[in-house]
Design a binder for this molecule. Structure first.
Ligand code: A3P
Length: 341
């Protein structure tokens, strides 16, 4: 793991001339989360991730034992990573000595296109990682490197209702833009753009549907989870994850309450209060770890969007998801934004 931490001190590489030319040839739109997004293979990417996506596609070689955690941005990767890390490493590390107590999960389980493949010098780190490697991505299913699709590696996809994703991203994006917005947009203006599918790695419905459809075809390879279901019954999903990852809980572990302990350890409340998440900073981006822990609730969108905005979006989702069988849970909290606000 130390190697992974070291790579953060290496600066980003410059994109090749070829990558830059390709980027400039792509359709471009103004967005609400980044000043511009570029449409690559049907999905909108900020320029700062483009280079990493291309390198990831060209160079990543999956191993059959790999575990890939895939998410649309702001769907809860910061929750899925500690859960999977703890489940997989429970034989070698007790919760009291968990590396998660001192190291942010995004450093233990790096995003391939964002953290590894934007830095050429770090590619080789992947070869040195212990098996099974646990890695993460935001890349859409149809844009994954062929070796992920064709190998026996396993994928866990965490899906979240797009209204909570939008609100989460709305709060998060000012902290991560590489260039500030010339004219910052209002929430309502941003929502309009989001309804057109424009946001980084969007359209969100195509991202979620891509993994959903693939999970139906290859259920042994892809586990499709929903943030809202996991909130409702975390222990059930911890067990499900362990079964899927090939390290089921023993009867003894179940009796001893290990599943509940892991659920509690990785809970929003526990993770948020850890010192590493309160004060830690990610080198070299300078991002504060605490911005990844806002409120971790289902239905916070009701505090920001009017009922007519949400109705419009939910109708749009119904159209987009069509007969796929994928259903979203848009549970509401008690506070609802009034139409007139
Ligand atoms: P909110 O902004 O709605 O609070 P990602 O990790 O994909 O960037 O997603 C971040 C979202 O996951 C944030 O949502 C964050 O608060 C939430 N989150 C982080 N850790 C969590 C946990 N342990 N349990 C539930 N939600 C969590």
């Amino acid at each position: 793991m130390e190697k992974l931490l070291e790579f953060q001190n290496l600066g980003k590489d410059q994109p090749s001339k070829e990558d830059q030319e390709l980027l400039l040839s792509l359709p471009r739109v103004k967005s609400w989360d980044y000043p511009f997004l570029y449409q690559y293979q049907g999905f909108w990417l900020p320029s700062q991730f483009f280079h990493g996506v291309i390198n990831f596609q060209k160079h990543f070689q999956a191993k059959d034992s790999d575990i890939i955690l895939a998410t649309f941005p702001k769907s809860g990767a910061t929750w899925l990573k500690p859960l999977v890390f703890t489940i997989m490493n429970r034989a070698s590390s007790t919760l009291e000595h968990s590396p998660l107590l001192s190291t942010f999960s995004h450093n233990l389980i790096p995003f391939l296109e964002i953290m590894i493949y934007t830095r050429y010098k770090t590619f080789s780190i992947l070869d040195d990682l212990p098996t099974p490697r646990i890695l993460a991505t935001h890349v859409a299913y149809t844009s994954l490197p062929p070796s992920i699709i064709n190998s026996n590696c396993r994928i866990v996809y965490l899906c979240r209702n797009p209204l909570d994703v939008f609100i989460s991203h709305w709060h998060f994006s000012p902290s991560v833009r590489d260039v500030p917005m010339e004219t910052p947009l209002s929430l309502d203006e941003a929502f309009e753009i989001c309804c057109q599918g424009v946001q980084s790695f969007g359209p969100v419905w195509d991202h979620e549907l891509g993994y959903w459809n693939a999970s139906l075809e290859k259920s042994h390879k892809i586990l499709f989870l929903k943030f809202e279901d996991m909130k409702e019954n975390t222990a059930f999903h911890v067990k499900k994850l362990a079964d899927f990852l090939g390290c089921p809980f023993t009867e003894e572990e179940e009796t001893q309450g290990v599943i509940q302990e892991i659920s509690k350890f990785c809970s929003f409340e526990n993770m948020k209060k850890l010192q590493v998440h309160q004060t830690g900073i990610q080198a070299p981006t300078g991002l504060q770890n605490k911005i990844f822990f806002r409120n971790g609730k289902v239905g916070d969108w009701t505090n920001h969007l009017t009922p007519s905005m949400s109705e419009r979006f939910q109708k749009l989702m119904e159209e987009k998801l069509g007969e796929s069988g994928l259903m979203m849970t848009f549970s509401q909290s008690s506070e609802v934004r009034k139409e007139t606000e």
